[in-house]
Each structure stands twice: as C-alpha cells, then as structure tokens.
Design a protein around this ligand. Sequence first.
Ligand code: SF4
Ligand code: SF4
Length: 470
Amino acid sequence: MYDPKSLNAQEFICHGEALDTISYARANAQNHSLIESILDKARTRKGLSHREAQVLLECSIPELNEEIFTLAKQIKMDYYGNRIVMFAPLYLSNYCINGCLYCPYHSKNKNIARKKLTQEDIVREVTALQDMGHKRLALEAGEDPKNNPLEYILECINTIYSIKHKNGAIRRVNVNIAATTVDNYTRLRDAGIGTYILFQETYLKDSYLELHPYGPKHDYNWHTEAMDRAMFGGIDDVGLGVLFGLENYRYEFAALLMHAEHLEAVHGVGPHTISVPRVRAADDIDPSAFNGGITDDTFAKIVACIRISVPYTGMIVSTRESRECRERVLDLGISQISGGSRTSVGGYYEEETENSTQFEVNDNRTLDEVISWLMELGHIPSFCTACYREGRTGDRFMALCKSGKILNCCHPNALMTLKEYLVDYASPKTLEMGNSLINTEINVVPSKKLRGIVAQKLVEIEKGARDFRI
Ligand code: SF4
Ligand code: SF4
C-alpha cells in the first residue's frame, strides 16, 4: 500500500500505486474538465499530487497541452526569474565495483582506462575549472571502497575548497556518490557539501535488479532509501533524478513524484533539485539496447509537468542534451545547467588521450560560448552559491522559495556573479554583451535600496573586490 510516510522503499515507491496512477491518467487523457481543474489547482502554485501530475503528462488535448507549457513557463519565471545557475561536473575516479549495464564504468568493462585523481591532479583540474570561471562543482565517483573510500572523497572536498587561484574559488561542492550510511552522510555534511545528489536510475524494481546485476547498488532498498539516511545524517538538500531511457518514462515520472512526496512527508522538505538525464552512448553502451527511449517532445513535456508539480524544486539539465534541446527546456523549467563539461577523469587539465569518459557529451561548447548563448536567449547566467553559504538550506530555503522571495536574492546575486565572470574570464564579445545585460537587468531589481547596493557592488567588482552576496 502506498504510504508516503513509510521509510520502506516498497511502500513510498508503491508499485501498485504507480501502475494505478498510469492507468488513471491514461483513462483521463481526454477528460477536459478534469484536466482544466488540475490546471486551476496548479495555477495556485501549490504543486500537484503525483496522480494529478500524471494526468497532465498524459493529456492529449492540444489546446490544454499548450496551457501546460504556458503555465510551466510562468511558474519558472515566478520562482526562478531568468537566471540560470551554472555548474560543472568533476570526475574524481572511475573505479567501480558495480555492474550497472548503462554505464561504461561497470567493473567488467576492460576497454576503458581506470583513473583516480591524486590531490595534485585535483589542484590541476580545479585550477583549470577556476580558469574557465566555474564556482560550483558536482563531484562524481564510482563506488569502490578500496579505491574511493569516503576518506578519499572527504580529502578531495577539502582540497577543492582550499584552492585559490587568481580570483578563482570553488564556493559550493555538490556530491554525487554511491548510497552510504547515516554516519558517512554526516561526515559529508561536516565537510561542507552543498547538495547530495543520487540518481535512482529506474524506480521499477524488477528492471532495477536486472540493470544492476551485482555490487552494493544491486540492493534496491539500500539505494532508494539513501535520501532518508542522508537527511537523517544532517544533509538538508538532496537531489533526485532518474535516467530516462532505461524504463517506461510514465512509471519513472509517477515514482519520482512519489519520492518527492515522501521526502516532504517525512522530512518536511522536498528535493532541492531534480535532474532529468537521458541515457547516452558511451564505450560499450548502446542506448537503443534499453526499453524506454523518449523523444525530445516527450522530454519537454516531462520537464514542463515536473515544473508545474514541484514549483519549488530546482531542475537540472546537463550537457548530455544538445544545444537545441537545452534551449527548449530552459524556458519550461530548468534552473541549472552545466557548461564546458568534461565527463572523463582528468578531462579538464589533460587532453583526452585515454578513454575514461562516462558518456558522450552532446553539447561541446566552451563555458564562454554557453554564457553568451544564454544571454542571447535572454537568460542571466549565474555563478551564485549564496544560499548554502548563508545557511539558507532545507526548510529555511524552502520557506523563502515558497513565498516567492528567493527571487530577491537570486536576481542580484546573478548580476554580481555574472559581473565577476565578465571581469575575470569572459571573451571581449561576451564581456560586451554581459555588461549591456547587467545595465538592463539592474532596473528589474525591485527595491530601490537593493538596486543601489547592487550598483555599488558592481563598481567594487570592477575595481577588484569579489564574492558579494545577498
Ligand atoms: S553508474 Fe555509478 S555505480 Fe554504476 S557503474 Fe557507473 S560509476 Fe559505477
Ligand atoms: S540565491 Fe540561492 S537559490 Fe538563488 S541562485 Fe543563489 S544559491 Fe540559488
């Protein structure tokens, strides 16, 4: 039986409830009045249940689908404005003892070069990332207690935060590592991580067991209950995600929203972010071998329906997606993207001579190209990391977000961190475009007092001061 308050994965991700939800939504795909009433509820900005969200996902009435996309865009603008937060993945190690069938790092793959960054390598990688302009990283590592024990991850975090190169600094380290114990999550919190991210890959248990034939990740409950352990261990912000393409997207969508409901029911705070990766080609991985490939249209609908259903949750899309696809979903609800990414171990500093990549990148542009592209589209690229550094995490963050007041922080912080990027790292074309954008966007800061403060800080940044935040 579906029980969002249960701590048992079989109950908060209830298989029967997911199947019933899909059937209910299919039966109501043309139910005009029901869909209208769900849209009315969504317009109150209080979010939707997984069942209601599924009906919108299934809706096959063209004019109501238009309304779904329009509402997603409005909600995105109301809560996040036009800022897009930038981040980069940093691969620490591709040693892994798991057998995930969709990932080339699985332990039986003998074709790829196995690598693990030393602390000296990390200094080189992070210096290269700082020279690009990045301030926020997502650490990635395979699961291997011998090669990548938690002590190694903690040492890496410590090294990363200590590196100060020219005006560069990594101000927020998010961590995407294997499910672990409550004690270990507490140690990660104490190391100063931002969000703990763990993708479920698929929520469908039978498929999950087949796709993870051996290794600790084979244990469905251990993996699915990880976010609870993380939050019990003191981590306020957790990031969910499924790997779309492995299984039926309808099932994943229903279960993902059940997981969000569960976190809210147990911890009083939903997921900080939801990522929407799709399976990509890689060494010995062929995406067509899996059951659930989805078109770009379906992908856009999923993004729009998540945006409407959990308005306060940030949404992330990576360079797995093409420029065209990213352009489309940015408007529909994405609030955070990666740029200039390397998906190999040591890829920022070294030319890739040995194959150690986790997946093929679909958007190969430099960070500077991504920044100028975002501005051409009317977005403000942001390197903001303020909330976690100001203690605005968990329920404190959610309260600000739900009141719509977070925009009063996001917008000025976007302008100030963009200015830092422009002064320190931008090409002449991006610099010119960015300064003109800032001159326009500063007028959008609602309070006169705050506008004055931001204008003053922008001048100080020109003169060499750094790291202002609201
Ligand atoms: S997805 Fe993660 S756990 Fe699975 S093989 Fe790849 S690195 Fe290892
Ligand atoms: S102010 Fe907070 S929510 Fe807004 S961009 Fe910065 S860190 Fe994110």
